[in-house]
Design a protein around this ligand. Structure first.
Ligand code: 1CP
Length: 343
């Protein structure tokens, strides 16, 4: 029997729908915090297969999720390209910013696959250890979102430096995007060769762009990566997540060729059902704050999402990652609620 998660990504309506949650391995779980505190730093943690396999499996021991997502981070790609990347406690990622041709000259897209060998080992081990009905998801950041961190040097900005560079020097910024398209394509194909059964492309900063830049910096590069995957890893479903893309979700789906689109919580469900679901599988989009709040408000919103989207190809997820203050029992309540709706 094919895994329910993969059936849904291939366009089947699966009842009840498969469920997994972004950041399902993470700080809301005490067992994650226990492993994390022994690791020297976050990147080292990602590059230690024993630890990465363990924390990937932790949420599966508690909850009947339909998929596991590789434990890693989108910023392993700049690290593997040769940029200096550091995760500081309480501050998040800090990178030595790249803002000109000299900075680009120091990056080597050909080095990515070799430098990320520990990630591929983690995937190989996971593919033999996860339950037979559970899907295994590989992932990467989309070129635009990874470029934001590479240029700004950190997250949480308005992405102004990166957007200005793209407007003022399209050739220079285009070189960075081309390099990331190449590195990301090679990286995702290698993940598939090592056991990933589907891949998700995270474009967390897609929502800050003008229409023109959205087409140039989100749709076009993502489409090139999808085409590379179609050629080198045929049949492997691709999930795109252009967070906060608003009205551009529709063109993103039509023009990138993704098999599924993951939606942030601001996407209206009727729009998702009428404009996106006829073209591809939809994934999402419970507000991650409701998972903290819990109770009947959570139940009501879960039911509403299932009522509107459950009649077509759908994967239940959040609109963005689980946050550290989330009570683990609320995650159990959510999964039970979805399963309880039966099929
Ligand atoms: O110390 C810790 O435990 C740090 C928390 C943490 C975790 C658990 C970070 C730091 N990364 C991760 C893992 C991670 N990151 C996964 C693993 C799999 C899973 O989902 O369970 C994934 C898919 C990511 C992807 C990621 N990293 C994104 C895209 C998705 C999103 O959240 O928008 C982004 C933007 C990052 C960058 C990042 N990694 C970590 C931090 C604090 C940040 C910065 C976030 C920001 O700028 O707001």
């Amino acid at each position: 029997m094919t895994k329910p998660f993969l059936r849904a990504l291939r366009g089947e309506t699966v009842t009840p729908p498969p469920v997994w949650l972004m950041r399902q391995a993470g700080r809301y779980l005490p067992e994650y915090r226990a492993v994390r505190k022994d690791a020297r730093n976050f990147l080292e943690f990602c590059y230690t297969p024993d630890l990465a396999v363990e924390v990937t499996l932790q949420p599966l021991r508690r909850y009947a999720f339909d998929a596991a997502i590789l434990f890693s981070d989108i910023l392993v790609v700049p690290d593997a390209l040769g940029q200096q990347v550091e995760f500081r406690e309480g501050e998040g990622p800090v990178l030595e910013p790249i803002r000109d041709a000299a900075g680009l000259d120091r990056l080597d897209p050909g080095a990515v696959v070799g430098n990320l060998a520990p990630v591929f080992e983690t995937l190989r081990r996971l593919s033999s250890e996860i339950p037979a009905t559970t899907g295994l998801i590989g992932f990467a950041g989309a070129p635009w979102t990874v470029a934001v961190y590479m240029v700004e040097g950190r997250g949480g900005t308005d992405c102004g430096t990166a957007r200005r560079w793209a407007y003022q020097d399209p050739a220079g910024f285009g070189r960075l995007m081309d390099l990331l398209v190449e590195a990301t394509g090679l990286y995702l194909v290698e993940q598939v060769r090592n056991g990933a059964e589907a891949v998700q492309i995270f474009d967390s900063w897609a929502g800050v762009l003008s229409e023109t830049q959205f087409r140039d910096l989100v749709i076009a590069p993502t489409r090139r990566i999808v085409e590379h995957l179609r050629a080198e890893a045929p049949g492997v479903p691709v999930i795109g997540f252009p967070r906060h893309a608003g009205m551009m979700y529709e063109d993103y789906v039509a023009e990138t060729g993704v098999d599924a689109v993951s939606m942030d919580s601001s996407v209206p469900l009727a729009f998702a059902r009428d404009r996106l679901q006829p073209r591809c599988t939809v994934q999402g989009n419970l507000d991650n704050l409701l998972l903290i709040a819990g109770g009947e408000a959570l139940d009501r919103e879960v039911d509403r999402i299932l009522d509107v989207l459950g009649g077509g190809p759908f994967v239940f997820n959040l609109g963005h990652g689980i946050m550290p203050p989330t009570p683990p029992e609320n995650v159990a309540r959510l999964v039970d609620r979805i399963r309880g709706r039966g099929g």
